[in-house]
Design a protein around this ligand. Structure first.
Ligand SMILES: Cc1ncc(COP(=O)(O)O)c(C=O)c1O
Length: 482
């Protein structure tokens, strides 16, 4: 691929070259989309060993290459081996396909190469607009602070960083850090919370020894009585309870913590209320889910992930902080006497990033194309499909349902009468491995109450009811071979 042309090496293209290459790239993706929709692609295609080595061990390119050859290499060696979540038969983790219009949005945003730190540019205004829409959907006042970030993990870090600032007793968190805090802060979350909460408290210097994992009830929701007991124990030990992190959609089972009750505890105990709605928060739009989310609008800070259930290409997360000023105080590196609020304040004063990507464009495009009503229908449909999956599992005698959401995650196992109970974990592990290797469907696993469970999550506008039968048939087929 080395052109051998060492005289003039530049990334510049003529408009004609760019047009040709761009059309080729769009053709590749359009063909890929066609194959996905016609279910001609496996949910997962393992990277062949030789190719894996080739991809990993590439020599440092000393000289340039022809763009057309690079695109051809992409088509042959990269595009066929995605993680798989653009596929209608992909049920793993919490990953969704990308809305095609937002894929185009990524290209357009890169073409503008805006840095949305702030300033008088269209990107700034578009981000303010989509943030205001998200606040409205989630029941937050327009005056709240908000940012688009890389994802739910960063949303949690930003929310808890503002919390740490707001609850510091030293009054000088930014100067003295946590070295000035005595007694130590304590944060509460449930045993089912996402690991990003551990990462956030570790990174923010609170430390995971000061993160209490409150046990869950039979439906995998935080036990609020036990939360109150633990807060009392910590107060009596002279510690400083500061925050509860509730989950609006746990990754393991799709459970939603009792948000209203937790909000009440936070008010009584004067604790910061953070909600991790990375997976489920946006499901507040769906009619059947609305009741489960009561209280989410009372959070001091909230993370949601448009790159999950809003089908925005990765990366796109969002953090909302009720008190905009505390967000600015926690992050702004511009002294108050230099701040100029004649324009809208810069986003870079409200979070850790200075140079920031134009994430708003892909989100704006999808929200305009689909509309709130479209999202309501799509999310409701996914929850309905998860309910159908549970009914299908119950109707098949060799399957056992282990957990049932209520959002769109279902945990189950293959448990025919012939396999003794102590062997079921090992059998299902083997089974999952076999199903993943075949790759026509893809799902993952979890452990619930010590039991190994197959886990299927549906946040996919391409999945249809027939794909659920296909999933269960594929599992059954592999099981019968064992
Ligand atoms: C409940 C929950 N919280 C947080 C995260 C982390 O979000 P991200 O991967 O976007 O950083 C996830 C990711 O799956 C999640 O499901």
């Amino acid at each position: 691929m080395d052109t051998g042309n060492h005289d003039e090496i530049t990334p510049e293209m003529t408009p004609e070259q760019f047009r040709r290459l761009g059309y080729q790239a769009v053709d590749l993706l359009a063909d890929h989309l066609d194959r996905l929709q016609k279910r001609l692609e496996p949910a997962r295609r393992a990277v062949p060993e030789g190719l894996r080595q080739q991809l990993l061990e590439q020599p440092l390119p000393q000289n340039g290459s022809e763009p057309e050859e690079l695109l051809a290499y992409f088509a042959e060696n990269i595009l066929p081996y995605p993680l798989g979540h653009t596929n209608p038969r992909f049920f793993a983790w919490v990953n969704s396909p990308a809305a095609p219009i937002s894929v185009i949005g990524e290209l357009l945003a890169a073409g503008m190469n805006s840095s949305v730190a702030g300033g008088d540019q269209a990107g700034t205004y578009l981000e303010h607009a989509v943030l205001d829409w998200l606040k409205e959907i989630m029941g937050f006042p327009k005056e709240s602070g908000a940012l688009l970030v890389s994802g739910g993990s960063l949303a949690t870090i930003v929310g808890l960083a503002v919390m740490r600032y707001a609850h510091a007793q030293s009054g000088d968190l930014r100067g003295r850090g946590l070295q000035g805090e005595d007694p130590p802060m304590v944060v509460y979350t449930s045993a089912e919370a996402h690991s990003c909460v551990d990462k956030a408290v570790e990174l923010l210097g609170i430390g995971h020894d000061s993160l209490r994992k409150i046990p869950v009830d039979g439906d995998f929701r935080m036990d609020v009585g036990k939360l109150q007991q633990q807060i009392e124990i910590d107060r009596q030990s002279g510690l400083h309870p500061v925050c509860v992190v509730a989950s609006a959609g746990t990754v393991n089972t799709g459970a939603v913590d009792p948000l209203e009750q937790i909000a009440d505890v936070c008010v009584q105990e004067q604790l910061w209320f953070h909600v991790d709605g990375a997976y489920g928060g946006i499901a507040v739009l769906s009619e059947q889910a609305r009741e489960w989310f009561r209280g989410i609008e009372r959070a001091d800070s909230l993370g949601i992930d448009p790159h999950k259930w809003m089908y925005i290409p990765i990366e796109c997360g969002c953090v909302i902080v009720r008190n905009r000023q505390s967000m600015r105080d926690a992050f702004s590196a511009v002294p108050p006497y230099l701040r100029d609020d004649r324009q809208l304040p810069w986003f870079s004063e409200y979070g850790p990033q200075q140079t920031r990507g134009f994430r708003a464009l892909k989100l704006w495009l999808a929200m305009k194309q689909v509309g709130v009503e479209g999202y309501r229908q799509l999310i409701s449909r996914d929850i309905h499909l998860a309910e159908r999956l549970r009914e299908k599992i119950k109707a098949r005698p060799d399957f056992e349902l282990i957990s049932a959401g209520p959002l769109s995650v279902t945990c189950f196992r293959y448990a025919p009468p012939g396999i003794p109970a102590p062997e079921l974990d090992a059998f299902n592990r083997m089974l999952l491995d076999a199903v993943q290797k075949v790759g026509e469907v893809y799902l993952t696993s979890t452990i619930l109450n010590g039991v190994f469970a197959l886990r299927a999550s549906i946040i996919n506008f391409r999945t249809e009811e027939a794909d659920l039968d296909f999933l269960l048939d594929a599992i059954e087929r592999e099981a019968r071979k064992k």
